[in-house]
Every structure is written in structure tokens, then in C-alpha cells.
Design a protein around this ligand. Structure first.
Ligand code: X8Z
Ligand code: ZN
Length: 609
């Protein structure tokens, strides 16, 4: 619930149920049939106060639930979330009364708009339905968190262990079983999900939106009908880079696994790309590495050799932010965060960052493994936490990012500064490779960031069609694979069972977390990085730039983060980068040397699918 939800925990129960008893709420703004600008200001102030309270309560319950998944915590979390959503819905309706009031100041108008449209999971006002919706959301969250697949020998593996197989195994049969195994956890979610869609759409309709997708698209400071075109524009710009990477990777996988398994003019089977969802390909780097490079460093191996544990990795992330001038994380961060998967209970392991009291009670929740991927994810999560702290002086509705892509981009921007030179500076690497090492760095980055682009786009392309009723539950899975094929050029490695619900095997679908934000973040992070490097006075190639230690870069970044959601995002983007548009040239320029190399490699190959 990003816009009007304080935490950036992506878990926060998507649902809300209602039980709305307005008279019980001390702070329910007064209804006035002839609203004035002054009444609007008061309404907004009271709304902010009420949402802040119900939001914090829901946040604490969600924290406890996702750290201790039990039947009781599920119910408690659903109840708190219900109360918060009921408040959101009631205030959205209330805000609409001021639509035609004249003489509103800019802040009040902006905040009324946020109240009307910024609910990620609106609930219908019917009490029974809203109760049902809340229970469904809580239940799905717990089911995903507890998911596991049991092998014939009785060994049951959770997502973390199945993901290790996807990352490390080169045996197609083992990969296939792990891939299919995880997807056996999703069919029980399907009917819950389709019911959730019905109920949320009903909630969106009550608030005046055609469906929930239209509501989500209305949070980008532009006419919602223009937003899909904006995404198409960006995707068209980056697609040639993705296609070049796809072509090279497919050729190398053909060499590894044979061209029967990996046909050289078609789709790549999704289980061979090193990741459960084929969204990040960095784990197959050794298979696709440029032959002319000698691997200069393997960060996962270094972290292990140096005896790093989860906390050491997070401390390293904190040191980076401190070097930019950000204050150290509070003591409570270290006391209250979850860093390691507990042995004795079920938790939601999907990484998230929390801001429990909208002030200083920052936390992360992550089942950290000592490897390069999690080192990057730690920086991602800390980016959320530092953003949350930077905007905590703003009023409630502005305590979030300029748009949701900004929130996802901050930590990823910092992660681009984890260069070999930086690793040397912090004592993790002895020798910095010369320019001949650039290809290795760029290939590793592309396997993360470029490979991700179409996946980042397609999850909500699927959801928007589902919300719009363009497919019935019977067609969910087929539509999913159509989009996977169209955008990513990957295919299901075997026929899907009739009850398959493969989108449900991706966290953000049962958790109802919008996904376009990650696509936007991939574009924005390179824009931010380019500008911060300039501000830091770095004159070298942008892929070798690390802003580590640059107080100037830190100040400029902080100046944007502090604004929260106060200004429309183009203003905030301009404050940091001088640009008012999301601009794919930054990512394209960054990878230009790799693109040249890929194009050479791909000569004579038949690319595309
Ligand atoms: O969900 C996340 C973060 C938390 S906001 C770990 N990410 C997406 C994913 O895992 O699918 C980061 C990259 C994309
Ligand atoms: Zn995130």
C-alpha cells in the first residue's frame, strides 16, 4: 500500500477488511455537505493523523505475523490491516467530496488526490466482503511464506533451498525438478487470488475507478491512460540491448545443454537461467562469460573466504551510506531486524525494509545468505530504510517516495558503486582489474539489470489484464506464459498442469505488491548513478564510477530523498538529475561497451524468437 502506507515493507498485508464503524473512530473527519477550502485543510490533517495511527498498528502486526507465521498472528494481522484499510477507504470517499471545491492550496489538492487514489488494495464497503478480503490476503501471505516442496526421499525444501539448486546446479533434470517443485506450492492460491481480484475490483469501482489496474496507474503524476505508453517508450528503447543479451546467452546455453534443449532460433527454457523466475541471470555468469576475460573476482567467494556473516554484510552496507554523510542506523535496527532465517518457525523470507514508527524504528527482514546476490539485496533494502528516514520530517502523506520506482531505485543505485575499486578500498579485493576487466563487470551487471527488464514489465502487464477482466481464472496461466514468451523470450520447460498457477509462485502476486516499480527502478537507477557520478566529480567511464566517500553526492541524493512525495516526481527527478523524464539513455550508455561486444559475438547467430 505504498502511497498512503508508510512502510515500504512489501509484505504489509495487501488486504484489508473492513468492519468499519466510523463512530468508533475519534478522528473521523466531520462530514460537511457544503465543503470549503478550509474544511478540506482540516479534513486532510485529521486524515493524516488517523492513517498514521492505524498504519503503524497494522505495520507492527504485519511485522509480528511475517516473523512468526501462526494461525493467531495471521488473524491479528488481518484485523489490524482491516482497520487501516477501512480508514483508507472511508477517507478516500471523504476526500472525493472536495473534488470541486475552489481555492484549494496545492498541498491540499495533492493530498486529496493521494487519499482518493493511493490505496494498493481497496476494499469494498460491504462488511462481510471486506472481512473476506482481509482474510484471503493474510492467508495467501502465510501460505507463500510456508511453501515447500518435498522430494521422493522425503526431504522438503523451502524456496531458499530450491533457489540454491536453481543457482548452482548444471544438471537439467535437477533444475527441472526444483523449478516444477516450487510451482506445486501455487495452485492452492489460485481460487483465493481470483476471489481477491473480484473483491479488490469492487473496492476500486466504489472509489470511481474502472478496475484496480486503473487505480494503480493513477499514481504517477500523469494522466493514468498515458502511463502504459510511457512504459512502452522505455521498453522499446532498451529492448535491443535485451535482445542482444538474450541471443548471446541462448547461444552459450546451447553449447552447455545442447541445441535440442535450447533451440537456437527460439525461446529459452526458463529453468536454465539460474533463477527461479528467470528474472536475474547472474548465477549463470560462468556459462556466458566473455572468453577473453580472466575472471578477476568472485564476490561470493571473497565474502565466504573472509568469513563474513549476515551482520558483517549489513554493516558493510551501512558503511557505504555513512561515507555519503548519512547518519548511522539506529541501535534498534540491529536489535529488531531479522537477518538470518530462523530454524524453529515459519517466516516470510522475501527481503523487505520496514519503517515501523515512521520515524527511527527502521528494520530489515531478510534470510541472508553469504553471497554477492544478497550483498546487493542488502544495499537495496538499506536504500529503502535511508529513504524512509530522510523523509520522516514530511507530513504523513508525503512520507513516501516521489513515485514507487524511486523507492526501489535508491539502494540499487548505491549497488552500482560496488565496483572492484570500491571493494579494494574496503579491503575486500587486493588487485583492481585494469580496463580489460570491464567486460566482466558489465556482463555481471547486465545479467542482473538488463535480464530483469522484461520481467519487471510483464508481471503487471499480466495483472492489469487480470484486473481488467481480459482473462478469466481459467486463462490466468496461459496469459502468463504468453507474456513470458513475448517479453522475455523464455518458455515453460514442460507442459503446465491444468491447475497450474505459475504467477502465484512469484511473491508479489499473492502479496499484491505492484511490480512496475521495479522496471522503473532499473531505468532510474542508472539515471541517478550517472548524475551522482557527475556530482562526485568522477570523470572516468560511468561503469567504473563509485560514489563511495562523496559527501557532495550524498547531499544531493539526500536532498531528493528528504522531499518524499511532496512534489510531482518530475520535479524531484530534476532536482537530482536536471532531467524531468525517465530516460533510458543512461542504462544504454552504461552498457554501451558490452552492447558492442555482444553485437560482435552475435554476428552470424540468428537472434530473436
Ligand atoms: O522484491 C524485491 C526486493 C524487495 S522490494 C527484494 N525485488 C524484486 C524481486 O525480488 O522480484 C528487488 C528486485 C525485484
Ligand atoms: Zn525494494
Amino acid at each position: 500500500m505504498p502511497e498512503v502506507n508508510k512502510s515500504w515493507s512489501i509484505l504489509v498485508l495487501p488486504l484489508a477488511l473492513f468492519a468499519c464503524n466510523p463512530t468508533a473512530e475519534v478522528n473521523t473527519p466531520t462530514v460537511d455537505n457544503n465543503p470549503t477550502a478550509k474544511a478540506a485543510v482540516e479534513f486532510v490533517a485529521q486524515a493524516e493523523e488517523r492513517l498514521s495511527r492505524s498504519g503503524q498498528e497494522a505495520e507492527r502486526m504485519a511485522w509480528v505475523y511475517s516473523n512468526f507465521i501462526t494461525a493467531d498472528t495471521e488473524m491479528l494481522a488481518a484485523m489490524a490491516n482491516e482497520k487501516h484499510t477501512a480508514a483508507q477507504v472511508e477517507l478516500a470517499v471523504g476526500a472525493a467530496r472536495f473534488n470541486h471545491v475552489r481555492g484549494l492550496d496545492d498541498n491540499t489538492r495533492r493530498k486529496l488526490g493521494m487519499l482518493r487514489s493511493g490505496i494498493v488494495m481497496p476494499a469494498p464497503s460491504d462488511a462481510v466482503k471486506t472481512a473476506e478480503q482481509s482474510e484471503i490476503g493474510a492467508k495467501m501471505s502465510g501460505m507463500y511464506g510456508k511453501g515447500e516442496y518435498c522430494y521422493a526421499d522425503g526431504d522438503c525444501l523451502d524456496l531458499g533451498r530450491l533457489s540454491d539448486i536453481m543457482a548452482e546446479s548444471r544438471d537439467p533434470a535437477a533444475l527441472l525438478e526444483a523449478w516444477n517443485g516450487w510451482r506445486t506450492t501455487a495452485p492452492p492460491l489460485k481460487s483465493l487470488y481470483s476471489r481477491q481480484v473480484e473483491l479488490a475490483n469492487e473496492g476500486a469501482a466504489e472509489l470511481g475507478f474502472p478496475d484496480l489496474g486503473a487505480m494503480w496507474r493513477s499514481s504517477y503524476d500523469m494522466p493514468p491512460e498515458d502511463f502504459p505508453g510511457e512504459l512502452d517508450r522505455l521498453w522499446d528503447e532498451v529492448k535491443p540491448l535485451y535482445d542482444a543479451l538474450h541471443c548471446h546467452v541462448r547461444a552459450r546455453l546451447g553449447e552447455q545443454y545442447g541445441t535440442d534443449l535450447v533451440p537456437q532460433n527460439g525461446l529459452i527454457p526458463a529453468h536454465l537461467l539460474g533463477n527461479m523466475w528467470a528474472q536475474d541471470w547472474s548465477n549463470i555468469y560462468p556459462l556466458v562469460a566473455p572468453e577473453e576475460t580472466v575472471s578477476a573476482y568472485d564476490l561470493s567467494a571473497i565474502l565466504r573466504e573472509r568469513g563474513f556473516d549476515a551482520i558483517d554484510m549489513v554493516k558493510a552496507g551501512e558503511i557505504f551510506f555513512s561515507s555519503l554523510g548519512f547518519e548511522k542506523l539506529p541501535k534498534t535496527f540491529w536489535e529488531r531486524s531479522l537477518f538470518v532465517k530462523p530454524e524453529d518457525r515459519d517466516v516470510v523470507c522475501h527481503a523487505s525494509a520496514w519503517d515501523v514508527d515512521e520515524n527511527e524504528d527502521l528494520r530489515i527482514k531478510m534470510c541472508i545468505k553469504v553471497n554477492a546476490e544478497d550483498f546487493k539485496t542488502i544495499h537495496h533494502e538499506l536504500g529503502h530504510n535511508y529513504y524512509q528516514r530522510a523523509y520522516n520530517q514530511e507530513s504523513y502523506l508525503y512520507r513516501t517516495s516521489a513515485n514507487d520506482g524511486f523507492h526501489e531505485a535508491v539502494g540499487d543505485t548505491i549497488a552500482l558503486s560496488i565496483t572492484p575499486e570500491y571493494l579494494q578500498q574496503i579491503g575486500l579485493l587486493e588487485n583492481v582489474p585494469d580496463a580489460s576487466g570491464d567486460l566482466e563487470l558489465l556482463m555481471k551487471r547486465a545479467l542482473e539489470g538488463v535480464a530483469f527488464l522484461p520481467f519487471g514489465l510483464l508481471v503487471d502487464q499480466w495483472r492489469w489484464k487480470v484486473f481488467a477482466g481480459e482473462t478469466s481464472p481459467g486463462g490466468y496461466n496461459e496469459l502468463w506464459w504468453q507474456l513470458r514468451e513475448k517479453y522475455q523470450g523464455v518458455t515453460a520447460p514442460n507442459e503446465r498442469p491444468p491447475d497450474a498457477f505459475d504467477p502465484g509462485a512469484k511473491y508479489h502476486v499473492p502479496a499484491n505488491t505492484p511490480y512496475t516499480r521495479y522496471f522503473l527502478a532499473r531505468i532510474l537507477q542508472f539515471q541517478f548513478h550517472r548524475s551522482l557520478c557527475e556530482i562526485a566529480g568522477d570523470e572516468g567511464p560511468v561503469h567504473r564510477c563509485s560514489i563511495y566517500g562523496s559527501q557532495q553526492a550524498g547531499q544531493r541524493l539526500n536532498a531528493m530523498l528528504e522531499m518524499g512525495r511532496r512534489e510531482p516526481w518530475p520535479e524531484e527527478l530534476e532536482a537530482l538529475t536536471g532531467q524531468r523524464e525517465m530516460d533510458a539513455t543512461a542504462i544504454l550508455d552504461y552498457f554501451a561497451p558490452l552492447k558492442t561486444w555482444l553485437d560482435e559475438q552475435n554476428q552470424g547467430r540468428q537472434c530473436g524468437w
